[in-house]
Design a protein around this ligand. Structure first.
Ligand code: SF4
Ligand code: SF4
Length: 422
């Protein structure tokens, strides 16, 4: 990142110019419908947050270098070049004002996948040196230390010890030939260690053989967030090497949204080959165990509660029904939000926005969308399945003085396991 220059950025933009990007730009009819789908536009009313507008630097490169009309305009001096000033100005739109949530892509009448293009545009921004300090630091730590929050294995080992001492359960580490290898996000390790205990309880009852790898336990992929395929590739590769070394059949992506899309959907393309194992999200696995009768629960949650669909898991990952099947096992008063499932609104902190301190004020403004959704429902508890969403929502609720517990779904299921089988 230290050698970033405008020239490198321009080259990176050119490298992103594949058929989908070209066809998306040429098919945009400038209808502006994507604006109404984006929480940064709806909550600020500022037209600069219109999703397609955020892509202006990438669009300029496409038009000026890949279209006849654009080349003519350049020759006649009628088009504006991409400059450092332009990238500096747009950096806040592309990183602070987009969570890569993909909601805009759902409404575009010509099917433009804008979050796909924003992800690609970030490749040019980071190569040119325009990325927020917070995400740069997280990426640096992920590469050098192994985790964006700087969590090394001894810190996880200490959490494992605590959990084992508190619960009497065993957390297996580096067990060769286990069926499942569980990944964690630093957020879970440091902020929500109860997730680890929940896994141990559930897997013990269901008879699942599992392990954690001391060499690759981190699921967070800062490379995807900052928009660097090189960093993303290295981070995915670490997990792949560790899983193949332990000869596991499955890798479990944790309650972390973008980690799931990174390892499951982008990973094989990044490393250029399929894996020797399958990737499942923890909710998919829990739902499989449920339907096979291997999850035995007792008691119910009778609060009026709702579920926040994490964008990357639900909208982009397609894990729509498992959380609902699981909730219906233990909750008697579950209500869906308006605009739930694939049309759910982002918490405002995905896509690296939560790692970007500069974006905090905007993020809190964008959280008003979630507040409105919650106000419409009059619920007492919010359940979710992404550690990042959970933290961002907790902060947002505090900011708007809304008292409401936010609970992880895996932990809720673990709480209801039949006692003598825990
Ligand atoms: S909704 Fe689609 S076609 Fe309309 S302005 Fe946005 S990207 Fe262009
Ligand atoms: S991906 Fe989400 S946050 Fe980004 S522009 Fe589209 S709707 Fe807005």
């Amino acid at each position: 990142m230290s050698e970033a220059t405008l020239e490198r950025g321009m080259n990176a933009f050119r490298e992103q110019m594949n058929a989908p990007v070209a066809s998306f730009f040429s098919s945009c009819v400038n209808c502006g419908m994507c604006a109404e789908a984006c929480l940064f536009y709806t909550e600020t009313g500022d037209p600069k947050y219109t999703p397609i507008h955020k892509l202006e630097p990438l669009r300029r490169v496409w038009e000026q270098e890949y279209t006849l009309w654009g080349r003519l305009k350049s020759m006649l001096g009628l088009s504006k070049p991409v400059t450092d000033e332009l990238l500096e100005e747009w950096e806040t739109l592309i990183y602070d004002g987009c969570t890569l949530c993909g909601r805009c892509s759902m409404v575009c009448p010509v099917g433009n996948d804008i979050s796909y293009m924003i992800r690609r545009a970030r490749e040019g921004f980071v190569a040119a040196g325009y990325a927020p300090e917070g995400i740069k630091g997280a990426s640096r730590r992920a590469i050098t230390i192994g985790s964006p929050m700087g969590v090394k294995f001894p810190a996880l080992a200490a959490q494992i010890k605590h959990v084992e001492a508190d619960s009497g359960l065993t957390i297996p580490v580096d067990v060769e030939g286990a069926d499942y290898m569980a990944l964690l996000s630093s957020m879970e390790i440091m902020n929500f260690p109860e997730y680890l205990e929940a896994l141990a309880k559930i897997f013990k009852q269901a008879g699942v053989t599992w392990t954690i790898s001391s060499e690759a336990f981190e699921a967070t992929n800062s490379g995807i967030q900052i928009g660097s395929s090189d960093i993303a590739r290295e981070l995915v590769n670490r997990v792949v090497v560790a899983a193949e070394k332990l000869k596991v059949k499955y890798v479990i992506s944790p309650e972390c949204g973008h980690a799931y899309t990174a390892i499951r959907w982008e990973g094989p393309n990044l490393i250029g080959r399929p894996y020797d194992f399958k990737v499942v999200h923890i909710l998919e696995l829990l739902d499989e165990l449920r339907s096979a009768g291997r999850l035995k629960t007792e008691g119910t949650e009778d609060d009026r509660l709702t579920f926040h669909d994490p964008c990357q898991i639900v909208r982009k990952g397609g894990v729509l029904e498992p959380p609902r099947n699981l909730l219906n096992m233990v909750a008697t008063n579950f209500v869906d939000m308006n605009d739930s499932r694939e049309m759910n609104w982002c918490c405002g902190g995905g896509g690296g926005v939560s790692a970007n301190e500069r974006a905090e004020e905007l993020r809190i403004k964008a959280f008003k969308r979630k507040k409105t959704q919650l106000d419409e429902l009059n619920v007492e508890t919010l359940v979710t399945a992404c550690a990042n969403c959970r933290l961002i929502i907790e902060e947002g609720l505090e900011e708007y003085r809304m008292e409401m517990p936010v609970v992880g779904l895996t932990e809720m299921i673990a709480e209801h396991l039949v006692e003598d089988e825990k």
